[in-house]
Design a protein around this ligand. Structure first.
Ligand code: SF4
Ligand code: SF4
Length: 458
């Protein structure tokens, strides 16, 4: 029913199979949302999106702004996963995991029922004139909504600024952290208006995913459907002498619907697949001793009595794309090290021949070494070689090393490798292993770069 020009629904509470599982899923998601910024893995928040410093921490792994492939793989996996899930199971994301549905259902509607009572009391209160009781209830409700919105917005900011930082900022004056205070206040207002007032209108009139579902779904996709063949004609719509279908026209499925629709009119864009109407109708069917499932997860084909096909071409394609993105993500993350090393031959002649007093000339190769510290700690880097190569007379001349590279910074230096000409093979080449030792956070890691040193042909 419209309130201030917005359709506010007061759905009836429902119990049943899906309600139980949705409550479990919502509880897990909400606990994860509030706890993740506080959980430390390898000394860093489980999730930290530090935009000003262009660094990101994901479950113990650290990334920088230049790790664009990783972000591409993460976003593409999520987007394609959503496309696959929609094609297979309809708006399962909306009903079970979307923050819009989860926060409204698990927090804001719970607060509303706690303060204003069940759906009948809430509707009555909404229609009643503005008296003392209404003012008290609305004030208490909006104060609790504000508290919940404030906790949610501080948690959102903790993902970007770190939970401990936010906790200490709360203790400080707002003027000490003016930008964070302003951002948190704006997010609080948006959360409050969205979850407290606008609610499912966002799903119906703004969310682009809701509009995309008709493109992604087909007659094999699962959705929440009313079995018209079984339910119609509804009780009370035919003369008493005629038989009627299983729908007793009790309107319970409409009363529990947060989107304010009647599922019996067919699949509608407004349906957020919350499953409330399934549980409501199953309860009714149990009471009238009819089989459950008059409203159920079903495909259009299933309603016509034909088997729905899960492994159809587009589902296979979507799944293949999701798998490709996940493989790309795993190989990028596993192939990434704390120190990014690029060794390039300097852009002059590939080698220099240096005459020596001993008679045998020495060959010198000039290289540039680019090092990028991708860890979140300062790193001391040194270039070394094996004892064996040193015994052969190979020498690294690297005046800049050892060098300390701050977290997230790069260093570019020149070095030379000198060796006796006699070590060259017939092609005028010598294979050499350059060792790079990086010490960070009291741990030393060794990296090896294979180089082909050049000299004159024999
Ligand atoms: S809850 Fe079931 S029986 Fe009642 S109106 Fe809805 S579909 Fe019909
Ligand atoms: S029609 Fe059913 S599943 Fe869809 S939003 Fe309403 S109650 Fe939820």
């Amino acid at each position: 029913m419209p309130e201030d020009g917005i359709l506010i629904t007061h759905p009836m509470a429902v119990h049943g199979f899906y309600r139980t599982y949705r409550t479990i899923v919502e509880t897990i998601l909400i606990i994860a949302f509030f706890l993740l910024p506080w959980i430390k893995i390898h000394g860093f928040s489980a999730i930290l999106i530090d935009i000003p410093n262009r660094r990101f921490s994901l479950f113990g792994l650290q990334f920088w702004g230049h790790d664009t492939p990783m972000f591409f793989f993460v976003l593409a996996s999520f987007a394609l996963g959503l496309v696959f899930a929609t094609s297979a199971w309809g708006r399962v994301w909306c009903g079970w995991a979307c923050p819009q549905t989860v926060f409204i259902d698990a927090i804001f509607r719970k607060i509303e029922s706690f303060v204003e009572g069940n759906h009948i009391a809430r509707i009555r209160l909404q229609k009643s004139p503005l008296d003392k009781d209404k003012v008290i209830k609305k004030t208490v409700k909006w104060a609790l909504f504000f508290l919940a919105s404030s906790i949610i917005s501080h948690t959102i900011i903790a993902y970007f600024a770190g939970a401990k930082n936010i906790a200490s900022m709360i203790a400080d004056s707002p003027f000490d952290n003016w930008t964070i205070f302003l951002t948190t206040s704006i997010i609080t207002i948006i959360v409050l208006l969205n979850f407290g007032w606008f609610r499912e209108q966002l799903c119906i009139s703004i969310c682009p995913y809701g509009r995309l579902q008709s493109v992604l779904m087909d007659e094999d996709s699962l959705a929440i459907m009313y079995d018209e063949k079984r339910g119609e004609p509804r009780k009370g719509t035919q003369p008493k002498t005629l038989e009627h279908g299983d729908c007793i026209n009790c309107y319970k499925c409409v009363a529990v619907c947060p989107a304010g629709i009647d599922i019996r009119k067919g699949l509608q864009m407004e349906c957020i697949a919350c499953t409330a109407c399934i549980d409501a109708c199953d309860q009714v069917m149990a009471t009238v001793k009819k089989p459950k499932g008059l409203i159920r997860y079903e495909s259009e084909k299933g309603l016509k009595g034909k088997p729905a096909k899960f492994w159809r071409m587009k589902n296979i394609l979507y799944l293949a794309l999701v798998s490709a993105c996940l493989i790309g993500l795993i190989s990028y993350v596993s192939g990434r090290s704390d120190l990014d090393i690029t060794v390039l031959r300097a852009q002059e002649s590939p080698y220099r021949v240096i005459s020596t007093a001993k008679g045998e000339p020495v060959i010198s190769n000039h290289y540039t070494l680019n090092l990028k510290n991708q860890s979140f700690h300062e790193m001391e880097v040194n270039v070394t070689q094996t004892e064996e190569s040193r015994n052969k007379g190979i020498e690294i001349v690297a005046p800049a090393y050892p060098e300390v590279i701050p977290s997230g910074k790069s260093a570019k230096n020149h070095f030379f490798i000198k060796f006796p000409k006699s070590l060259l093979n017939k092609k005028g080449q010598l294979n050499f292993q350059l060792h790079v030792a990086a010490t960070s956070n009291q741990t030393t890691r060794n990296y090896i770069k294979e180089l082909t040193l050049a000299g004159p042909l024999k």
